[in-house]
Design a protein around this ligand. Structure first.
Ligand code: CA
Ligand code: CA
Length: 230
């Protein structure tokens, strides 16, 4: 009879702490899992204006304009880079000379002609021999002195283009009948028209070239087309 009261005594004397812990565990198992995240909220108000950015890098330097580009069909340079300088090779040098020659011939057209190393150019106006001499000298040249058929033909073309006879540099002022260049040297080439020179009226000491290329001695005070040579 003593056993039962003892077991009851043990049961009654269990610490109350363990019973509270068991109840707490039960309580946790009874709650649900955390729910899913909610939807995003509405857009907030506009922020303040930001600071200005840093300075950008320097742009490309524009290509220098080509001379005579306005009169020649030279294509515009590439938009993003400038053409480089001609290289030191012989091919680059020849291309450059060719370009210079083209510009030179364009500059002469239509009032100039290049024959060998000589250049003839007319101002398109007429003057007396003395005035023509001065005009050509002031331009750094002298009056036309054709010394070959090729040079004479170039002068004929200029006279034909202007439809005017032109004065040449030679005269027989010093000795009648003996035509010389301004240097005093006698003629090395001539293309006289039939019956010329005739010193008509005893007063023809200058020379004109007709549009057909033939020469005639003429009075120096007449006015003829000015053609200089350089
Ligand atoms: Ca004469
Ligand atoms: Ca004559």
């Amino acid at each position: 009879m003593l056993i039962l009261p003892l077991s009851m005594l043990i049961l009654l004397t269990q610490p109350p702490r363990s019973l509270g812990a068991e109840m707490k565990t039960y309580s946790q198992r009874a709650n649900g899992l955390p729910g899913r995240d909610g939807r995003d909220g509405r857009e907030g108000p506009r922020g303040e204006k930001g600071d200005p950015g840093r300075a950008g890098t320097m742009g490309l330097i524009p290509c220098p304009a080509k001379s005579l580009s306005a009169t020649l069909p030279i294509p515009p340079p590439p938009a993003r880079s400038c053409p480089g300088r001609p290289g030191p090779s012989s091919a680059g040098s020849m291309a450059s000379k060719s370009e210079i020659l083209t510009l030179f011939l364009v500059e002469l057209f239509p009032n100039g002609r290049a024959v060998g190393e000589k250049i003839f150019k007319t101002g398109g106006f007429e003057k007396t021999f003395e005035d023509a001499q001065q005009v050509c000298m002031q331009a750094g040249g002298q009056m036309a002195s054709p010394r070959s058929a090729a040079e004479n033909e170039a002068l004929q073309q200029l006279a034909t283009a202007q439809n005017k006879a032109a004065f040449l540099s030679m005269t027989d002022i010093k000795t009648e009948g003996k035509f010389t260049y301004p240097t005093g040297e006698p003629l090395v080439y001539s293309n006289w028209a039939p019956g010329e020179p005739n010193d008509n009226g005893g007063s023809e000491d200058c020379v004109e070239i007709f549009t057909n290329g033939k020469w005639n001695d003429k009075n120096c005070r007449e006015q003829r087309l000015v053609v200089c040579e350089f």
